[in-house]
Design a protein around this ligand. Structure first.
Ligand code: HEC
Length: 181
C-alpha cells in the first residue's frame, strides 16, 4: 500500500514524463516539416494541361458515333483519353495530382480521342477493337475512376452497347479498307 502511494506521488511530481515532453516538442517540428514538405510539393506544378484540340483531329469532328455512344465516351472516357480532361479541384493538389497526371498521360499516349486517326481506317479499326475488348472485360473505364465518378459507372447494358458498337465500327472501317483501291 505504502509502495503504491509512493509511486503515485512520484508520478505526480512529474505530470509529464521527460520522454513525453521531448516527443511533444519534436511533434511541433515534425508537423512543421510535414507542412513545409506538403507546401513544397505543390510547387511541382506538373502537366495537368489540356493541349488545344486541333481542328478536325477530334473523334467527333468527322463521322461522329451515334449520340448514345458519343455520350458514353464523353462521360466515361474523355477525362483520360482526350485533351478535354475535366480536372477535379483535388487534381490540383500534390500528391494526388502526380497520380492523376500519370494516369492521364498514360491514357492519352495509348488512346487519344482528340487525336483520332481519321485518315487511317486500319489504325482506327484497331483502336475500336481495343475499346470494345477493354469495355467488355470491365477494364475500362479504370475502376478507381468509376468508383469516384458515378456517371462513369457503366451498366451492363451500356457496356454491351459501347463494346458492341465499337466492334461493329471496327468491322465497318475494315470493310472500307477492303474496298479501297
Ligand atoms: C481514369 C482514367 C481513365 C479512364 C476514365 C478511361 N481510361 Fe482507358 N486507360 C487508362 C490508362 C491509364 C490506360 C493505360 C494503362 C492501362 O492499360 O491500364 C488506359 C488504356 C486503355 C486502352 C488500351 C489502349 C492500348 O493501346 O493498349 C483502351 C482501349 C482504353 N483505355 C479504353 C478506354 C475506354 C473505352 C474508356 C471509357 C469507357 C476508358 N478507357 C476510360 C485510363 C483511363
Amino acid at each position: 500500500m505504502e509502495a503504491r502511494f509512493g509511486k503515485i506521488a512520484f508520478i505526480e511530481t512529474f505530470p509529464e514524463s521527460l520522454p513525453l515532453i521531448i516527443v511533444k516538442k519534436r511533434f511541433k517540428w515534425i508537423l512543421t516539416i510535414m507542412v513545409a514538405v506538403f507546401a513544397l510539393m505543390q510547387l511541382t506544378n506538373l502537366g495537368r494541361s489540356n493541349p488545344p484540340v486541333a481542328p478536325g483531329h477530334d473523334l467527333f469532328s468527322t463521322n461522329p458515333p451515334p449520340p448514345e455512344i458519343a455520350a458514353l465516351l464523353r462521360t466515361a472516357c474523355y477525362d483520360c483519353h482526350s485533351y478535354e480532361t475535366r480536372w477535379p479541384w483535388y487534381g490540383h493538389v500534390a500528391p494526388v495530382t502526380w497520380w492523376l497526371d500519370s494516369h492521364v498521360r498514360d491514357a492519352r499516349a495509348r488512346l487519344n480521342f482528340s487525336e483520332w486517326p481519321h485518315g487511317d481506317p486500319q489504325k482506327a479499326a484497331k483502336k475500336w477493337n481495343y475499346v470494345s475488348d477493354s469495355v467488355r472485360d470491365g477494364d475500362m473505364p479504370l475502376p478507381s475512376y468509376a468508383q469516384i465518378h458515378k456517371a462513369a459507372r457503366l451498366t451492363e447494358q451500356q457496356r454491351n452497347a459501347l463494346s458492341g458498337w465499337a466492334a461493329q465500327e471496327a468491322e465497318r472501317l475494315k470493310a472500307t479498307l477492303a474496298v479501297a483501291p
